[in-house]
Ligand binder design. Sequence first.
Ligand code: TLP
Length: 343
Amino acid sequence: MIDLRSDTVTKPTPAMRRAMAEAEVGDDVYGEDPTVYLLQGRAAEIFGKEAALFVPTGSMGNQIAVKLHTKAGDEVIIEERGHIFNYEMGTPAVVAGVLIRPVKSQTGSGILTWKEIESALHINQPYYACPTGLICLENSHNLAGGSVMTAEHCAEICDAAHKLGIPIHLDGARIFNAAAALNESVAELSKNVDSVQFCLSKGLGAPVGSMLLGKKDFIEEARVWRKRLGGGMRQVGVLAAAGLIALEETPKVLHLDNENAKLLAKGAANLKGVSIDAEKVATNIVIFDVSNADISASEICAKLKEYDILASSFGNSIRMVTHYDVSRKDIETTLKAMRVIIK
Ligand code: TLP
């Protein structure tokens, strides 16, 4: 199988499996798991943040951040295709009692400008408007085709928001892919944000887990909310051990996933009825529109399956995500199959 549905499908590498087998563990709810502490310390060091917390999923990391930065009745500004808004099951409303104010990115890149954010803010408004409590950014931006935000752009938004007393949370599920594409450190890409979440279990290849980072007090509070939400895990060093390897080793090779995505996008762009601007594919996500093809997106995915290739369709679009377990040869095989299917 060539599984391009997501980078969440990677299997732990032999080195991860060995580390998991040998991990020193303790009860992390008692704060006694040495491997979790190592991972949290290392993540905080890499990101230049005061503290980090190991959480089971990216969604939990994001939602704890939304909860901690806001109060019920606040509004949260987010680009309209943002994951926190579209794919986290309404949790901001359920857990934090906040409203999402989705904002369209006029360029289509998914990367909001400060001007776009500013026009959606509610500050010092009459009593009937929901005050803006938080701005959420996403880098890379999943549904916008893995687009990236530069460190300068993020810093500009943070500066302007902070002047108004509004915090910023960064959903950096794939921030290491963005860092590889921009040739920038993840610390720079998240420098001025109040909190950042990144996933160990996506492009980095670990089987489970995400990290939430921020100030020490914020992370202590996050620890309470993790437990409240059922995310207090016990001898979880077995997972943190894989996470440590993912964090140290995988960023060195992520540029390959980005290059494979580019190759895939270029090949897809040449097919009749397929629309994608391959030049804009910067990281490991490739989303293309097939409305002008004589076969639907879901039919294309069903046919690809006959070639042992998995991809996801939504509406008239298909998403393919490259990762550790997909080689350049797999991309060539996929393009070959697509050339037969999309005539
Ligand atoms: N994204 C998944 C699906 O939920 C769509 C995927 O296959 O891409 N932020 C971003 C930007 C994400 O893409 C995801 C997962 C998350 C957060 C949530 O991470 P998990 O799945 O660990 O809760």
